[in-house]
Design a protein around this ligand. Structure first.
Ligand code: 13P
Ligand code: SF4
Length: 329
């Protein structure tokens, strides 16, 4: 099938589901070959499936991936992550083609904060500086003064004068964590991540009883009561670093379990137990991140679609808060 045979609208809606793939094809090998041929770079978040991580040129947390997107000299950025991440890459590299394997790979945090509603909230606090977690839409970034990720959020808040009122959106849990860390009062938007809210503290307590020497490590998007019990709190890259440098041999990991692939690779011999969710389901896996598959990565690269498109005005206005964040990092 050639690009001309494909109805782009159909394909974006169905996410390549109707396209057949030759089962004998060495997908990983083909992805690597086409990447080189097209001067494309494949950026993958730690929450991606392990087989996607293994073909990526760069694996990282939200901050590292945006830094990489800003400096790459590739012609095409293929982003194995979610929509707001690919949007950020487009804002930072507007002249490059930015591809996302599934345009429906969203984020519950970004969805929890519609720009038009946030605008009204912001109007109720005139004079407040807006700090937005990068897990938000490009439209929300245009209403933001400084962005942050979980890696640099403490430093971003500390960079703002003490007497300045601050609105923090959209993640309430990260906001509460920042209030404790920085001893600042923040005006919080009430958004949450569906993945980091689902962990069962009761099941975690039972796991700790069975593994008394295990360290509980958690992402700051987790609820306050879980974070209070954690031995270490950090962004995905900080959690990875901690497991590598710690003398402990066992870790209970309270974040999306995709990260465990790199933890196990970087610390062979250590044991990583995914923190269990409340229900008997795989709902500690991010359903948005997991929309991407190796097959979709292959088709995206091959047909150079779906592509992230943003109006010039949004790119211009959303860039300033991201640039400020990168300068602080
Ligand atoms: P970090 O990779 O920045 O820790 O973010 C986690 C996350 O939830 C991304 O969606
Ligand atoms: Fe969004 Fe949570 Fe998924 Fe991250 S893990 S992309 S914050 S829904």
């Amino acid at each position: 099938m050639t690009r001309a045979d494909i109805n782009l609208k159909d394909l974006e809606e169905k996410g390549f589901l109707d396209l057949e793939i030759d089962p004998t094809l060495d997908l990983a090998g083909e992805i690597k070959r086409v990447k080189t041929e097209k001067n494309a770079v494949l950026l993958a978040h730690y929450y991606q499936d392990s087989e996607i991580q293994d073909v990526a040129d760069f694996i990282g947390d939200s901050l590292q991936l945006s830094q990489e997107a800003a400096k790459t000299d590739a012609d095409i950025i293929l982003f194995a992550g979610v929509h707001f991440m690919a949007e950020t890459a487009k804002i930072l590299s507007p002249n490059k083609k930015v591809l996302l394997p599934d345009l429906q790979a969203g984020c519950s945090l970004a969805d929890s904060c519609p720009a038009e509603v946030f605008k009204l909230f912001k109007e109720q606090h005139p004079g407040a500086v807006v700090v937005s977690y990068v897990n938000c839409t490009a439209e929300l970034k245009t209403l933001t003064d400084i962005c942050c990720t979980s890696s640099n959020a403490v430093n971003v808040i500390k960079s703002i004068p003490e007497d300045q009122e601050i609105i923090f959106a959209p993640d309430r849990n990260l906001g509460l964590f920042l209030m404790k860390e920085t001893k600042r009062n923040l005006i919080l938007w009430n958004g949450t991540c569906m993945v980091h809210e689902i962990f069962s503290e009761e099941k975690i307590a039972r796991l700790r009883h069975r593994h008394p020497y295990a360290k509980l490590i958690a992402h700051p998007e987790c609820e306050e009561s879980l974070l209070e019990k954690a031995d270490f709190i950090g962004s995905t890259s900080q959690l990875l670093k901690f497991t590598k440098e710690s003398n402990s041999k066992t870790f209970i990991v309270a974040t999306e379990p995709g990260i465990i692939h790199q933890m196990a690779k970087e610390s062979p011999g250590k044991t990583f137990i995914p923190a269990p969710p409340q229900n008997n389901c795989a709902c500690n896996e991010c359903p948005h991140m997991k929309r991407n598959t190796l097959e979709k990565v292959y088709f995206t690269l091959k047909y150079e679609m779906p592509e992230i498109q943003l109006p010039e005005s949004i790119i211009k206005d959303a860039r300033a808060p991201i640039d400020k964040m990168l300068a602080i990092s």
